[in-house]
Design a protein. Structure first.
Length: 419
């Protein structure tokens, strides 16, 4: 009876010991492994971009504001973005307070110029009138001297001589005053021309301001959809924004036939980007919509964007398709295809371990792992091509084995020598 119960108890006890020794350790030492894959290997750079029209018609405010010393113009009213307009339709109204002040100053200057013209005209009239009266008086005086001379024939020679002298003086004085009168007329004409030129200049200034004032009501130069212009920092030009007199763009009318995605690539990845590369494009608003494009421009100089800690480079991608659903400011996901390798063998990046500038993987070799040196090729965000060191049948570890002490290292040179 005792043996009947002892033997099963021993068997159960040995089973429990075996489970704790072997089964328990195996569960704790389970290693994640994988094998190399083979097929097309794609090296890409993925970025987020924003759609814009490649070509657009600019809706501009006053073009000559600088001529009247206006350098910043404030938008007082602006129609909603996305509004469809026809040529000549109202788009925006600019603040007129400053130009109204300029007009008032110009009107005051014009009035002063008009007063100056009137004053000069009156002065010239009076001066020339007096000069003409003087000439008439001198003509009468000359006639009197002539009569006196005629009557002196019966006088002494001395009296006759004096009469001749008086007549000659009167004749020369009349001639001199006639010359002076011509000079005074020319002076009056010159003075009048000067003040009239000033008057015309002030009138032109008033006309210019009035003409410019009409441009403060901004209308559409063509038919299209109004899209707000963006500043350098990405903010939109809206009501209350200032626009520069040097580039007074209020909004734009984009041409939807050719669209671009504008994106920014960090200084590490921009080395991989070049013009002519193909791009796979997705729309965040329409996930099922897939587009294609091509890199058309890569900036040579980096810039500091508001939401970036490092320098980024502007990259422009032209969309190949023309689609009515595409709208400016839509967010795009851009996958720039840098390189494609057909029939490549590749493994996950997490399997790679670097020691002394040499790349290794841990692979299974019998019951124990070994460190295998590998020669790597192109790399993308998740995987890397293996040129030498592995075969498709190798099982490699996705992480460090639990025990790496005494692990054998196999170098490529040794492998080549053995063969």
């Amino acid at each position: 009876m005792n043996k009947k119960y002892i033997i099963p108890a021993v068997v159960v006890g040995l089973s429990l010991v075996a489970w704790f020794v072997f089964g328990g350790e195996q569960s704790e030492s389970i290693e994640l492994t994988t094998t190399p894959k083979k097929g097309e290997f794609v090296v890409d750079v993925t970025t987020t971009g924003e759609l814009r029209a490649k070509n657009s018609v600019e809706i501009k405010g006053p073009q000559r504001a600088r001529e009247i010393r206006l350098y910043n113009l404030k938008i007082q009213r602006l129609i909603p973005e996305g509004t469809i307009v026809k040529e000549g339709d109202f788009v925006a109204e600019l603040d007129r307070s400053e130009i109204t002040s300029r007009l008032q100053d110009a009107m005051l200057e014009l009035q002063q110029a008009q007063s100056q013209v009137t004053q000069v005209s009156l002065d010239s009239t009076l001066t020339l009138s007096q000069a003409r009266d003087n000439l008439i008086n001198l003509e009468y005086a000359l006639e009197e001297r002539q009569i006196a001379l005629d009557q002196s024939v019966y006088e002494s020679p001395a009296v006759q001589r004096q009469a001749e002298i008086d007549l000659d003086k009167a004749r020369r004085q009349l001639a001199q005053e006639r010359k002076n009168y011509v000079t005074k007329v020319k002076q009056a004409e010159a003075k009048m021309s000067e003040v009239q030129a000033d008057l015309q200049e002030e009138q032109n200034e008033v006309d210019k301001i009035r003409s410019l004032q009409r441009e403060f009501t901004v209308t559409a130069p063509a038919q299209g959809m109004v899209i707000y212009r963006r500043n350098y920092d990405g903010s939109k030009v809206t009501e209350g924004s200032d626009i520069s007199a040097w580039n007074p763009i209020v909004a734009e009318l984009p041409d939807f036939s050719v669209m671009e995605s504008v994106t920014y690539v960090n200084e590490v990845d921009v080395q991989k980007i070049s013009e002519g590369q193909n791009v796979e494009i997705g729309l965040d608003a329409i996930p099922e919509k897939k587009l294609s494009g091509e890199v058309t421009s890569v900036a040579n100089i980096g810039e500091q964007r508001p939401n970036s800690d490092s320098k980024v480079y502007e990259v422009i991608i032209e969309i190949a398709e023309s689609d009515s659903v595409l709208r400016p400011a839509m967010t795009t996901s851009n996958r720039v295809i840098v390189n494609r390798v057909q029939d490549a063998m590749y493994i996950p990046l997490e399997t790679i371990h670097v020691q002394d500038s040499t790349s290794f993987v841990f692979k299974q070799s019998g019951l124990f792992p070994v460190m295998q040196e590998v020669e790597l090729g192109l790399m993308n965000e998740n995987e890397v091509i293996v040129n030498r060191g592995l075969s498709m049948d190798d099982v490699i570890y996705l992480s460090l084995p639990s025990d790496t002490s005494g692990v054998e290292k196999i170098f490529l040179e040794e492998e080549i020598t053995l063969k």
